[in-house]
Ligand binder design. Structure first.
Ligand SMILES: [Zn+2]
Length: 57
């Protein structure tokens, strides 16, 4: 069995400019789906959709 916990680090990337703006954590058990959040992007200077990216590199 893999030793992965339910909490996983993930990042939020602006879907408009592709900038990587936020790093967050999510609980896989509580939130099985991928997140799409409206967040402020400094590059776009507005709120845009931020999509979850699981790879932080
Ligand atoms: Zn942006």
């Amino acid at each position: 069995m893999a030793k992965k916990g339910p909490r996983q680090h993930m990042g939020l990337k602006c879907s408009k400019c592709g900038h990587f703006n936020y790093i967050s954590e999510r609980n896989k058990t509580n939130t099985p789906e991928k997140l799409v959040l409206s967040k402020y992007c400094r590059t776009c200077r507005e709120h845009t959709e931020h999509k979850e990216v699981s790879k932080l590199k």
